[in-house]
Design a protein around this ligand. Structure first.
Ligand code: PFF
Length: 530
């Protein structure tokens, strides 16, 4: 297998990689989604389950993705093809099953799903295992179409904040402001385009001078803003109730549904299942320790999610707002909450809060674009600038459709007709459909594909070999020896067949992670009920 590690651009150092990857992971999922799903699923108990999911499933899959990227030094499609260039009887069988499902669905008039399975069958026949990577390269288009919409809202709210348009005292007023996007979608489109262009602007400058530099500046700023907001929130009278809500587990409120939501969110939040971490891993050189880097990324992502909870819930409780307000929590409750503090600078807190959200969205949007750009550069020999231009343009167009149709399909009747024909329903907006399709289908299935590929096709043996570079003392140390603090004891034996971290990782990748993903997936499509 050709490994062009010498010609590929690399991160300047471990810190740059960790910050860029954490920037991808830390996004709207942490600050917009995590607090509201925590609010809706009973607080502390949900947080605890989420932490388990992150450590037991998220971390091993993150290690897999980064390892696959670093080994092959390629984008997701190239990475799978580099390890398994030809289709096998297994991929052809999978393709045949997809084809049969597609035909069945078409016969029953389910054109949309039939088409999706038909395309997957064609991918499986043509690209073999590479189709997992190809789906990974296409997923960012789907995610970015609605991510850009929300990214645009955060930008718009930041501008509204600093121009003092968020001085509002009731949730009805807040709703009116939010709904004004529906009345005049062109404002929302403008901000969404600005957001997408800014992401494109950063990736234009490449890995070291673009993504790494931006992350080194934006992530510390994000942390600083969050600390400021937490200090404001925690010093409000009555804030303790919010802290209790977030941190004290009440298992009575936790449903099996909540457990599965936690698992699905772990994927989204860590940017797993579509090759973002794989792509970032492909810019990493062999001297870096993948275990330590992954642990740091997971730690930072989780820390920021918990900190976002600490910035939001104490203020929400102190101002007697509803913590279970759902997706509108940050846009419709937070401006009112900050204003209710009554220190005449509510607008400033709102502005800082939306700036925080905007930065988080930006560093994730950047990684979504980079996945597709790296594929165009590696596989189709595009120059970086032409790839950035093409991808940003395409993503912008999809984003405009999502932004316009988010409240009301009727604004784009031809798109509504296509959706109606394909899916027999337009109950969900283009925005909701893209969100649902990517989070409930594409990411879990992508994660499943990646862990099965590494565990069973490439082989954990080769994966661990790659991880050893830069991390030998971790892969081969006995797990219990490590726990006992005897890692560097010269008398400890290094027997690779004992319970080492590498062995544990292998077991997770081959069995535990895929099984958990299958359970989540079956639940999300309604085939499995608890
Ligand atoms: N991790 C991001 C968030 O929590 O908002 C979302 C995301 C970004 C998912 C990039 C996937 C991805 F490749």
């Amino acid at each position: 297998m050709k490994n062009d590690s010498t010609t590929r651009e690399h991160w300047g150092g471990s810190l740059g990689f960790v910050l860029a990857a954490a920037g991808s992971a830390i996004g709207l999922g942490n600050i917009w989604k995590f607090p509201y799903i925590t609010g809706m699923n009973g607080g502390g108990a949900f947080v605890l389950v989420y932490l388990f999911c992150i450590i037991l499933i998220g971390l091993p899959i993150m290690i897999c993705e980064i390892t696959l990227g670093r080994k092959t030094q390629k984008n997701p499609l190239g990475a799978f093809l580099a390890i398994a260039p030809h289709g096998t009887s297994t991929t052809r069988s999978i393709g045949s099953v997809f084809l049969l499902i597609a035909l069945g669905l078409l016969c029953f008039g389910k054109f949309g799903l039939g088409l999706i399975f038909g395309v997957l069958a064609a991918f499986a026949f043509y690209f073999g295992w590479g189709s997992i990577g190809l789906v990974g390269v296409l997923t960012p288009f789907v995610i970015m179409s609605y991510y850009g919409t929300v990214g645009g809202w955060t930008f718009a709210y930041f501008i509204k904040g600093i121009t003092q348009q968020l001085n509002i005292s009731s949730t009805v007023e807040a709703q009116n402001i939010f709904n004004s996007f529906a009345l005049n979608p062109f404002v929302a489109v403008f901000y969404q385009l600005m957001f997408t262009l800014l992401c494109g602007f950063v990736v234009w400058f490449g890995i070291k001078n673009g993504i790494e530099l931006a992350s080194k500046f934006l992530l510390p700023l994000l942390l600083l803003l969050l600390i400021l907001l937490i200090m404001r929130s925690l010093t409000l009278p009555g804030a303790a109730a919010g802290v209790r809500f977030l941190l004290s587990p009440d298992f009575g409120k936790l449903t099996s549904e909540g457990v599965l939501i936690a698992l699905g969110h772990a994927f989204f939040s860590l940017s797993l299942g579509m090759g973002a971490m794989l792509t970032y891993g492909s810019y990493l050189d062999s001297s870096k320790n993948i275990y330590i880097a992954s642990l740091n990324i997971v730690f930072l992502d989780t820390l920021i999610a918990l900190m976002a909870g600490l910035a939001i819930f104490p203020a929400v409780f102190a101002m007697q707002m509803n913590p279970e307000a759902g997706p509108g929590l940050v846009f419709q409750i937070m401006p009112v909450t900050f204003n209710a503090i009554g220190d005449n600078v509510g607008w400033l807190w709102s502005s800082l809060f939306f700036l925080l959200l905007f930065i988080a969205a930006l560093t994730s949007g950047i990684s979504l674009l980079e996945v597709c750009i790296s594929c165009l550069i590696d596989e189709f020999h595009f120059k970086r600038h032409s790839a950035v231009f093409g991808v940003t343009l395409l993503v912008s167009i999809m984003g405009v459709l999502s932004t316009i149709s988010v409240f009301d399909w009727e604004k784009i009747p031809w798109l509504e007709k296509i959706f109606l024909f394909l899916f027999n329903s337009t109950d969900a907006s283009f925005f909701d459909a893209a969100d649902n399709f990517s989070c409930n289908y594409l990411l879990p299935l992508g994660g499943l594909g990646i862990s099965l590929f590494v565990g069973w096709v490439w082989g954990t043996r080769y994966a661990i070999d790659e991880i050893r570079k830069g991390g030998e003392q971790f892969s081969d140390v006995n797990f219990f020896t490590l726990l006992a603090g005897l890692k560097d004891d010269p008398n400890a034996t290094r027997d690779s067949h004992s319970l080492t971290l590498g062995v544990i990782l292998g077991i997770f990748i081959r069995f535990l992670s895929p099984i958990c993903i299958i359970i989540t997936f079956l639940h999300s499509i309604g085939w499995l009920k608890f």
